[in-house]
Write a protein that binds this ligand. Sequence first.
Ligand code: SF4
Length: 382
Amino acid sequence: MTTTDIQPILDRVLAGGRMTPEECGTLLESFDVARTGVAADEVRRRKHPGGVVTYIIDRNINYTNVCNVVCTFCAFYRRPGKPDTYVRTLEDICQRIDETIALGGTGVLMQGGLHPDFGIEWYEDLLRTLHAKYPDFQLHCFSPPEIHNIHLISQLSYEEILQRLKEAGLYSMPGGGGEILDDEVRKRVSTKCTTDEWLSVMRAAHRVGLRTTATMMFGIGDSTVHRVRHLQRIRDLQDETGGFTAFIPWTFQRENTALGRKIKEELTGMDYLRMLAVSRLFLDNVEHIQSSWLTQGLRLGQVALRFGADDMGSIMIEENVVSAAGAHNEADEKTLRYLIREAGFRPQQRDILYRHVNREESVKQDASDSATLRELSVAFAD
Ligand code: SF4
């Protein structure tokens, strides 16, 4: 870390200049997180005037924990044939969707391990059935490693797979499995798809008209140079396709993971806020930056709204992947709206493509009485 004066870089970016990778590296190495945050807040304000911060009501459903690759940072997967593996039944998935709809939910984020036996037909059948039963419900499913796995099993191109899944009802795709998009790091911690493969899946998704998010999980043995390359690769692909709706960085959650036992580095709240703010400034072509309160905790997730984030992500009905690695944060709609309001913004429900969703029930929850505040203080007792 350095105390280099970063103001000239921030001034140039605020004047409309595009940040270079070298400047990005300088900001990521700077102790002056507050100053970077102020600049990111200014960019967030320009991109999203009106003081609105959005959130979504959806549900994570992990259709299987069977996975045929090894990621040393993952506490969720189970090797095929192990006793505690599962594949969710259709009935089970439908029940979870019904519960989400009852809470005002607009969609589902469905992803799972890389099952060695599931070819394209398995995913098509699932999507077709769900889309027929819930035609207006947004199916935001299958990150690039899952698409790559289908490619290996079914021997189809990424574009063919994604076109078929789209026709079966796929609405959009999550950007999971990005971790650090640099093979120097990826190959040390995972046997899943490479950087080029991840980017190629995303390119194919955007080409067939699917919008996706992009993510970053840092603190897995990556250095500043790897983080800069990751951001550069996202920005380059976005210049080419314009298909990313949002960028979501978070820090590695180490509990119960092989990598967590090995790695010395423990990232702090400052590391997270710095990365978030620099992402807002560097990714000038990505509309939304999401706060990851699920991994960082509700308090830091709220502070992130003043470091470039304009979205609080989803309320949490169910989560199995990062909670297996030690992140046990929970929030309902009332809590997220409260946090957004207390940070000085107007909370607004959105759908997966960031279109506003207006439900009377949401606003009714804003009338906080002392009982509500007591409940919320229990939620924050972490
Ligand atoms: S992160 Fe995904 S691909 Fe890697 S082991 Fe876990 S479930 Fe499998």
